[in-house]
Design a protein around this ligand. Structure first.
Ligand SMILES: *[C@@H]1O[C@H](CO)[C@@H](O)[C@H](O)[C@H]1NC(C)=O
Length: 178
């Protein structure tokens, strides 16, 4: 009898429980991995199909999962990156919807002749997430850049096709197609 209850206790202690908060954090972490591993199709496990994401300039508002995938893939094509997420608040509205605020830092590295060059960005994601049958997904995202050292009137060349006022710090040439 004693043996059985000890065994039962041991099993209880071994049971791993995943809280809703952990599930939400995993969804937010999968975003960083999808981007840094350039596995853009896995963004299906991060965003809802009808995601509306305002990435601010120069990407601005992206609507729908396909536009998010193709725009992020294209803008990051010339670089490799490391996205880290840190300071965070998660607020439940009800059982199925939450708001979260997550700081991020992104280091973006030049490739080819620009290997060794770096652009960093500091900002926060303001997200709305919904519980779906396959887990928590981001349905709305607002990206806010939190640091801008560039003078407001400085126009920085971001790619051959558009101009960009930059909150990104470093050598922006790494984003140019080579
Ligand atoms: C997108 O975000 C930027 C701030 O980062 C804001 O100025 C702009 O108005 C937003 N656009 C929309 C459509 O909400």
């Amino acid at each position: 009898m004693l043996l059985f209850s000890t065994l039962a206790l041991a099993l209880i202690h071994r049971a791993i429980t995943t809280s809703e908060y952990d599930s939400i954090r995993s969804t937010l972490s999968r975003y960083a991995l999808a981007i840094d591993l350039k596995d853009f199709d896995s963004l299906d496990s991060v965003f809802t199909k009808d995601i509306v994401a305002n990435y601010s300039e120069p990407l601005n508002v992206l609507t729908g999962i396909e536009e998010v995938k193709t725009s992020l893939e294209a803008s990051l094509a010339p670089v490799t990156s490391v996205h880290s997420i840190t300071t965070q608040l998660i607020d439940f509205h009800d059982d199925d919807t939450v708001s979260s605020l997550t700081y991020y830092t992104a280091a973006q590295f030049g490739t080819g002749s620009l290997e060794g060059e770096l652009v960093s960005a500091w900002g926060r994601y303001e997200d709305e997430l919904v519980r779906t049958l396959v887990g928590w997904r981001i349905s709305k995202r607002q990206l806010v850049y939190m640091v801008s050292t560039a003078p407001l009137d400085s126009i920085i060349r971001f790619s051959s096709s558009f101009l960009f006022k930059g909150p990104l710090i470093g050598n922006l040439d790494i984003f140019l197609p080579q």
